[in-house]
Design a protein around this ligand. Structure first.
Ligand code: UD1
Ligand code: MG
Length: 447
């Protein structure tokens, strides 16, 4: 059955006290809306529609970064969850299949839970995801008769008896897309909030003789984010889960509680991640690589056998081939290092390609920026870059070439050549001794 995913993400999130739309706040270095999209991918949706409102342009950019084919529709005024779903109607015109509704601010729905909902669709026209809340608070309540869901009542509109129900509405639901869009069209706003409630579709469907049922999940899966404190709680939960998943996948981590993961971090089996490593977005680390303590990685790929850190920084566009060594206080950006290349100490390598087995001496800097443009540095295979070399890009150091320590290299160095770009040394015999004596005598005269 083809699936369309509808993600509701129009809310401003006033309680975040932020200029950023709520769904762009991040957990695991990814916007909340990306978590919802990824959760939905579990059902391999054919169509993805995100309903945006506050900060729609920024939300659109973020959504597209995670799913190029997602459609973003605008809900200019937030009149309620049913009204939000109705905005997806034009985008889903003619779509035959099921629609799954997720909230953009609810990042932890598990794939297995969504599969269970898809299975339950064989028994019910509408399947709602519910949970037993430790504190049901103001959640909507699921009014059941046996296995049948009769209706959902919002807390504000509920009677005392209904408020006593512990089974709550997560907001996630699934139904035939055409039916869902038809039903939301019939929802009114005659209720305590004056909003168009998506939850009303259950009673409307039953009035047509259709059936509704419930799949339940852990309360932690339905954790929605409304405040900074809840965002922090979500981050902690995300990190706990990511650490546990990495250990499960065979990653060696002596202090997992100090390692920070991003939503899309991928780490191979038997890779070692030492304490206090931070993974920003877009990092893959292959099996058997070692990320040593206090390193910060984002947008990079680390191949098998490579060793990174301690105290290394890999920035976006870094590609380390097998057995590369990147040592302490080395920063790499938008650069590829070929197999077995080494940059072990105190260097900046940006907008560069470094050939296999090249050795970058301590203190080497690729001077890649002239204040307006960025330029590339090419370092050939087996080149030896002497310590404290400034490589003023654009510049190429050939295969097997060398640069003398302390050189400022402004011209290409041919293959196999030595580039020497520093003032020649002059020794002045006895000068230091005479100079010091003169200074000491001057001091003695001053008393
Ligand atoms: C909703 C449910 C409630 C459930 C709770 C779970 C309704 C009427 N109520 O209540 O039964 O227990 O979620 O958290 O659905 N949104 C829009 N456009 C709108 C309104 C909302 O995009 O016009 C989005 C919000 O950004 C949010 C989600 O829909 O991501 C839910 O809206 P919210 O206002 O938080 O609904 P609740 O009152 O929490
Ligand atoms: Mg809510």
């Amino acid at each position: 059955m083809p699936i369309a995913l509808i993600v509701l993400a129009a809310g401003q999130g006033t309680r975040m006290n932020s200029d950023l739309p709520k769904v762009l706040h991040e957990v695991g270095a990814a916007p909340l809306v990306a978590h919802a999209l990824r959760a939905g991918w579990a059902l391999e949706p054919e169509r993805v529609v995100v309903v945006a409102g506050h900060g729609a342009e920024a939300v659109t950019r973020a959504v597209r970064a995670w799913d190029e084919t997602a459609e973003v529709v605008l809900q200019a005024e937030q009149k309620g969850t049913a009204h939000a779903v109705a905005q997806a109607a034009p985008a889903l015109a003619g779509f035959a299949g099921d629609a799954l509704v997720l909230y953009g601010d609810t990042p932890f729905i598990r794939p297995g839970t969504l599969s269970a909902m898809a299975e339950a669709r064989a028994r019910h026209d509408i399947v709602v995801l519910g949970f037993e809340a430790a504190d049901p608070g103001r959640y909507g309540r699921l009014v059941m008769r046996g296995e049948e869901l009769l209706r959902i009542v919002e807390w504000k509109d509920a009677s005392e008896n209904e408020r006593a129900i512990g089974l709550c509405n997560s907001g996630v639901l699934m139904a035939d897309a055409a039916l869902l869009l038809d039903l939301v069209g019939g929802v009114g706003n005659d209720n305590a909030s004056g909003e168009y409630y998506l939850t009303d579709i259950v009673a409307l469907a039953r009035a047509r003789g259709l059936s509704a049922g419930v799949v339940t999940c852990e309360e932690s899966e339905t954790l929605g984010i409304n405040t900074r404190a809840e965002l922090l709680a979500a981050e902690r939960l995300f990190q706990d889960r990511a650490r546990a998943a990495a250990l499960e996948d065979g990653v060696s981590m002596p202090a997992p509680e100090t390692v920070h993961f991003a939503l899309d971090t991928v780490i191979g089996r038997d890779a070692v991640v030492e304490p206090h490593v931070v993974f920003g977005p877009g990092v893959t680390v292959e099996s058997g690589a070692r990320i040593r303590a206090f390193s910060h990685l984002e947008g990079c790929h680390v191949s098998r056998g490579a060793v990174v850190g301690p105290f290394a920084r890999l920035r976006p566009g870094t590609e380390l081939a097998e057995d590369v060594h990147v040592g302490n206080f080395v920063e790499i950006k938008n650069a590829t290092l070929g197999e077995g290349a080494k940059a072990n100490h105190l260097s900046y390598i940006g907008d560069a390609s470094v050939g296999e087995r090249a050795n970058i001496g301590a203190g080497t800097v690729t001077c890649n920026y002239d204040g307006v443009f960025k330029h590339r540095t090419e370092i050939g295979a087996r080149a030896f870059i002497g310590s404290d070399t400034m490589l003023v890009a654009p510049v190429r150091v050939g295969e097997g070439a060398m640069t003398a320590s302390g050189s400022v290299i402004t011209q290409d160095v041919p293959d196999g050549a030595l580039g020497l770009g520093r003032a020649a040394q002059v020794n002045k015999p006895g000068f230091a001794r005479r100079f010091m004596e003169r200074l000491k005598a001057a001091k003695a005269r001053q008393g």
